[in-house]
Each structure stands twice: as C-alpha cells, then as structure tokens.
Design a protein around this ligand. Structure first.
Ligand code: EPU
Length: 340
C-alpha cells in the first residue's frame, strides 16, 4: 500500500518538481485508520492531496502523502424538495457535475469545469459565476486523525464563507489532521437558472438561448472558462492565484476616487470586495513574467508556469506581484493555494 520516493510533478497542476518520501493512494475511507495504526508513521508529517490544483509544491516532502482517490457517486435520498447526492472525495469534480446534470439533478452547472476533486471542493468553498458549493452542501464526512474517528459536518458546522470553511481553520488543511472522505449535496428540485454573472448571461445571449436549462448554463460556463482560463494540461497553473481582497468601505471609496473604473463588489457586512485580477493588471503584471513564472495573458489573476519552474520561482513571482499591488494600491494580496 505504501510507495516511497514518489515523483509528484504529475500530482500538481502547476507541474512543479518534488518527491514524497512516502505515498499512499487512498481508495477506501477505512484505509485512513490503517495508516494511523501503522507505527511506522507515528509522529510523521502528513499531507492530504486531492487533485493538486490548488497546490504550490516547494520541493521534496519528507512525510507521508495521502492521495485521496476514494470513488463513488450515488443518490442517497430524495424528498419532495430535493435530491441528496453523495460522492467520494476522490471523484473528479467536473465529471461529478456532468453526472448530476445527466441524471436530471440540476444545481451544480455554474461550477462546471472547476479543476480538482470532490473532497477538496468544500475546503476552500469553491465558487464561480455566482454560486459557491457551500450553498448546496448537506454534509461533509471526514476522518479526524486527532480523534481516530469519522466526523460529520452539517452545512452550518462547515462555516462556509468566501473561499473559506472550518476545514481551513487551525490550519487543518495544512497539517494533514483531517481528511474529507465524502461529500453530500442537497440539490433543490425547484430550480432556476443562475445567470446573474454578466459573462454567462452574454454567452447565453450569443447562443440565442433565452430560457436556459441547466445543461445550457453548464455549456456557457464551460465556454467562458475555456476562453479565459488556461488549460493546466497545456499551460500549468492553479486557477486564481490570489483571493479577491476584501477592504473597508472607506478604502474602497478612496480607491474609486483615484481609479473611477476599479470594479467593486459590496459585501453584506458593509465591506467591499475588489477584483485582484484588475489590480494586478493595473499594476502592470498581466502577461508579465519573472523567470519561468508569470501572470496569464488573458486573466491576470492566474499564475502560470511557462516551463521548468520550481516552487521557489513561484514564490519569487508571487512576492513581486504582491509588492507591485501593495505599492500602487496599498492592498495586500493573499495567495489562494496551499504551499507544501
Ligand atoms: N479583471 C481585469 N483584468 C484581468 C482579470 C480580471 O480587469 O486580467 C477584472 C474583470 O474585468 C472583472 C473583474 O476583474 O471586472 C473580475 O474578473 P473575473 O470575472 O474574471 O473574475 P475573478 O474575480 O478574476 C473569480 C474567481 C474565479 C471564478 C470567477 C468567476 C476568485 C479568487 N476567483 O475570479 O475562481 O471562476 O470569479 O466567478 O474569487 C479560482 O478560484 O481558481 C477561480 C478561477
């Protein structure tokens, strides 16, 4: 079950080099208890890996890497109002979305083509085109290495917020102490297309679709993503590299005065979200690179590896982009991916 000295270049979508001292492909939840019971791994550092699409590999990993590959997807319940669908942590997210749509259970269409696995989706509360997965989560099941037990999290217990969840608190997505094994979603039967996001609405209009069904929305989202975001198989990347920063209303007002076209998104708590991609572009970093790592030509928020980059190259470019945005706008950008 254990492999040693495993090459991780193919396990991260930035295609960064690195090797794991020990590696287990976890294909069943019960394997996690076995890992814990093995004295060989006592006190060893652990890391839980999904699709590797939100990861900056900073060289070799001396501990035990658990690659989550638990399969399975099924309808686990249905009532008058919703379908309840469960998937194993290792399922590919996009394939899962397409499967639900093909079964006639709409709801996930706005999250089509997001790279990564089902198990990683709730950790950073993946979101796109006006929907966050947390809105549809019914339950997350995880193996807790600290308690040696399964723990079920309700949607409330997950404490979802923008690119945030309880799984990120106390650094539990970093320390390998919690492994999500399955996700259950509640997909309401009363469905309405969510086309508030301008790019998606425009794409549907261009296709002459006025009354979209879920598969139309998925097709539009896929087209928009393919146009704007690089395919990791062609140009290695980890999606949006920074969070969209949230600043005070006063700071946003001041920025608006200096830069009237700065996009702003007022939040329910009175603060204001800014578009990191806009800030990076305005700071001169769209399409710019430092060594092999730069910001993507068509979407300045996506950091790309033009070939042969190391984790150190990523760190250097990241710091240069952060400094440029800090100098020009006095805004701090925080990276979205996990650094290992
Ligand atoms: N913008 C620029 N220049 C750029 C990029 C963007 O001026 O180079 C401007 C756009 O014109 C727009 C604003 O910034 O006014 C927002 O851009 P966009 O709609 O492309 O979305 P985003 O804020 O850059 C976020 C998510 C994406 C998600 C899209 C669509 C984050 C960190 N990113 O990007 O998520 O797909 O919205 O909902 O919240 C991801 O997390 O990996 C990801 C791709």
């Amino acid at each position: 079950m254990y492999q040693t000295d495993v090459d991780l270049a193919a396990c991260n979508t930035l295609a960064l080099p690195g090797r794991a001292a020990a590696y287990v492909r976890v294909t069943a939840a019960d394997m996690l208890a076995e890992v814990e019971a093995n004295p060989r791994w006592l006190g060893q550092r652990r890391f839980i890996l999904g699709g590797g699409s939100n990861l900056v590999l900073c060289g070799d990993f001396a501990g035990l890497l658990l690659h989550m590959a638990i399969p399975g997807r099924r309808l686990v319940g249905e009532d008058d109002e919703a379908w309840y669908v469960e998937a194993g942590a290792g399922e590919n997210w996009h394939a899962f979305v397409l499967w639900t749509l093909a079964r006639g259970w709409p709801g996930l269409e706005n999250l089509a083509l997001i790279p990564g696995t089902v198990g990683a989706a709730p950790v950073q509360n993946i979101g796109a085109y006006g929907l966050e997965v947390g809105e549809l989560v019914a339950r997350v099941r995880a193996w807790d290495f600290r308690r040696n037990a399964y723990v079920d999290y309700s949607r409330e217990a997950c404490r979802f917020a923008y690119r945030h969840s309880v799984f990120k608190e106390e650094g539990r997505h970093l320390d390998g102490s919690l492994a999500i094994v399955a996700l259950t979603l509640r997909l309401p039967k009363r469905w309405q297309a969510n086309c508030r996001y301008a790019d998606v609405a425009q794409e549907l209009t261009a296709r002459g679709i006025t009354q979209p069904v879920a598969s139309d929305v998925a097709a539009a989202v896929i087209a928009v993503r393919q146009r704007k975001l690089p395919d990791p198989a062609v140009l290695p990347n980890a999606g949006s590299f920074f969070h969209n920063p949230i600043v005070s209303a006063a700071q946003a007002a001041e920025l608006q005065q200096r830069y009237p076209d700065v996009p702003i998104y007022p939040q329910p708590d009175g603060r204001v979200k800014l578009a990191a991609g806009w800030l990076i572009e305005a700071a001169g970093w769209k399409g710019k690179a430092l060594g092999p790592v730069g910001m993507y030509q068509k979407q300045a928020l996506v950091l790309v590896n033009h070939g042969g980059a190391s984790g150190e190259d990523v760190r250097r470019s990241m710091a240069a982009v952060q400094a440029a945005v800090r100098t020009k706008f006095a805004v701090e950008l925080t990276p979205e991916p996990v650094f290992l």
